[in-house]
Each structure stands twice: as C-alpha cells, then as structure tokens.
Design a protein around this ligand. Structure first.
Ligand SMILES: Cc1cc2nc3c(=O)[nH]c(=O)nc-3n(C[C@H](O)[C@H](O)[C@H](O)COP(=O)(O)OP(=O)(O)OC[C@H]3O[C@@H](n4cnc5c(N)ncnc54)[C@H](O)[C@@H]3O)c2cc1C
Length: 322
C-alpha cells in the first residue's frame, strides 16, 4: 500500500497520519507492506516523524513541491506506483487528493473510490463505504479488481497511538522527481482574509447553517458562543457562500477540520462534506426543525426545534442561572 501526503511549506497537520490507521486496518493481519510518500521541498523532519509509525517513508523533494502542486506530485506518484505496484494507493479526500488519485487510477487502469469513510469485510471482498446525497445515503463499493486508489475523508479514522504496541521506526529514503520541470510552479501561499479565526484551538464551536435564515441571526449564534470560554463561531459552506461569514469559519471537507469538546450545529442539515470536518468532536448537539435531518445521526443531543425559538431560550436560561 502506498500513502501519499503533500505538504505546505514543508509541514502538514499531524491528523494526516490517520491515513496510516486506514492502511493498517485495511492490511489487518496480512503482511502488506505500507509505504508513505511525503512530497515537499525539504521534508526530512516530517518524514522522520512519519517513519516513527513503523513504515518506510519516501521523502520526495523538489523546490516546486514546497507548495501544493498536485499535477507535479501526480506525475511522480504515477512513476512510483508503476515501480512499486502497490495494491492500494491512499490519499486524503481533498480537492488536491481527488485530482492526484484520479490521475493515478487513470494511468494505472484501476478504479478510484473517493470520500471513503469506512470499510467492512464481506467474505473475500472488502466493501468501501461513502456517503452520497448530502449524507442521507451510504453506498458500499467493491473495487472491480485487485488494485484501487482511495481518497479517505478527513476525520474518519484516528491517528494511530504511537505509544501502543512496539513500533520500530521505518527507514527514510530521499528521492528527487525524475520528471520535470513542473508544468505549473506555485509561487507561494497567502492567508485568506479572516485567517485569525482559530477554530482548531477552540474548545467549543457554535456552527451556523443555512437554517439561521438571515445574516442578522448570526448575532444569536455569537451570543451562544459567548456563553462558553474559548468558543468560536463556525459555519457550513452555504453560510460562507452567502457571504454571511468569511471562509475562515467554514467547517468541512473544503474548510477546516475540527474536533472541539462541544460542537453545536444550528440549522445545519448534516451533509457529508460538513460532517467530514467535525465528526471528531467529542460531544455534538444539533438544533434543527426537521426531525429527519442527517446531522441527528451523529449527534449526542438532538433538539428538534426552530433555532430562533431555542437559542434565545438557552441564552435566557443561562442568564438566569448566572
Ligand atoms: C465538493 C463539495 C465540497 C463541499 N464542502 C463543504 C464544506 O466544506 N462544508 C460544508 O458545510 N458544506 C460543504 N459542501 C456543501 C454541502 O454539500 C451542503 O450543501 C452544505 O453543507 C449544506 O449547508 P447547510 O447544512 O447549512 O444547509 P442546508 O443543507 O440547506 O440545511 C439547512 C438546515 O437547516 C434546517 N433549518 C431551516 N430553518 C431552520 C430553523 N429555523 N431552525 C432550525 N433548523 C432549521 C433545515 O431543516 C436544514 O436541515 C460541499 C459540497 C461539495 C459538492
């Protein structure tokens, strides 16, 4: 199995190592070799970190890989897949991940399953599960052949516990892309406006969805957030698309991935793209007036109510208690 990881400025979040869990669980008791490829300009440190999980790491280094460069990474990954012939190629489910995985599967002539959330063994087959129709339906897919590429939803698996079991660090091999020059050379990165929102560091996130109805109702969301220390306001993509909040607040597969102690989803339906970004939360409270909302399937506390009724009551009750 081959795990592909790209980096931004030679770093990546530790959560990326959840791909190692996915590969190890997939390997099960089989002695499948797992190799991790880390692409960047100088990824010695992050490669050593990855090798501590006990698998060999190929540090793929080139100045044009300092910032995400999916085409260039895919070119070299195709060469590596051709050399190593892994059964499975695994990459995180992001726009870039989908771009790379689809090119590799097309070049290798094997299937690509995107957005994998879990898998189950069914006799001799492995069934890979993903959500469709805004998270309302889960579909199981069996690759038609021995080999496949997967993009795995962030947060669907936990980073392996490095202290559990005896893991002998793998080797780190350095490699320079054989091809080049890169067709496209990223010049750098710039933080988007509102980048100061520290969602990942908040203990509590009160998240707004389209169900808030109007931008003005964000005041309600902010008022609830103020009830807690270290709380932040999050949003579904719809809220960001409507320009009610800047992109820095977006949670989900194309936004931030968060795992706060408490996540309160207000007027959010629970599309899989949103859930992918918050399902690691310790406790989930969902407020939605639709009793069949998909968000309820992952919520610990379900409040079937109009949020414009419930949230003011919550704030009032809290004020009285104080
Ligand atoms: C490639 C791709 C990437 C995406 N990435 C993301 C992402 O990163 N993050 C993300 O969030 N989405 C993402 N999406 C969009 C996602 O599919 C959904 O469309 C989006 O999450 C829906 O947002 P929502 O839940 O706010 O709105 P809706 O789905 O419209 O849900 C609104 C909910 O509010 C409830 N409601 C309405 N009025 C009230 C009320 N007064 N009180 C209580 N409840 C009420 C409704 O019952 C409903 O359940 C992505 C989509 C694609 C295709």
């Amino acid at each position: 199995m081959l795990i592909l990881i790209d980096t931004i400025n030679n770093t990546t979040a530790d959560s990326i190592f959840e791909l190692i869990s996915f590969a190890e669980m997939l390997a099960g008791t089989e002695q499948s070799r797992i190799r991790v490829i880390i692409a960047g300009e100088n990824v010695a440190d992050i490669s050593r970190k990855a090798a501590r999980f006990g698998h060999d790491v190929i540090a793929l280094e080139h100045p044009d890989l300092r910032f995400p460069n999916p085409d260039f990474f895919a070119d070299e990954a195709i060469r590596l897949v051709d050399e190593i012939k892994p059964r499975y190629v695994i990459i995180q489910h992001t726009m870039r991940g989908c771009q790379i995985a689809s090119r590799i599967s097309a070049a290798g002539g094997f299937p690509c399953i995107t957005g994998v959330e879990s898998f189950i063994h069914d006799g001799d087959s492995v069934v890979f599960c993903k959500s469709i129709i805004n998270g309302k339906i889960t579909v199981g897919l069996v690759p038609g052949g021995e080999r496949a590429a997967f993009t795995v939803l962030p947060g669907a698996f936990r980073v392996p516990d490095i202290t559990a079991g005896h893991r002998v660090p793998g080797q780190v091999l350095h490699r320079t892309p054989a091809g080049g020059p890169s067709h496209c050379r990223p010049l750098g990165i710039r933080e988007s406006a509102g980048g100061e929102v520290r969602l990942e560091e908040s203990d509590v996130i009160i998240a707004a969805g389209r169900g808030i109805g109007t931008k003005e109702n964000l005041d309600l969301i902010r008022a609830v957030a103020r009830l807690f220390p270290n709380a932040a306001v999050g949003a579904s993509r719809t809220v960001v698309d409507q320009k009610w909040l800047p992109y820095a607040h977006q949670i989900g597969v194309t936004g931030r991935t968060v795992a706060p102690k408490l996540y309160m989803a207000c007027g959010i339906s629970g599309a899989q793209q949103h859930i992918a970004g918050m399902k690691g939360s310790q406790t989930v409270v969902a407020v939605n007036k639709d009793p069949h909302a998909a968000i309820f399937s992952i919520a610990d506390y379900i409040i079937v109510e109009d949020l414009t009724v419930f949230l003011p009551l919550l704030i009032e009750k809290h004020a009285k208690k104080r």
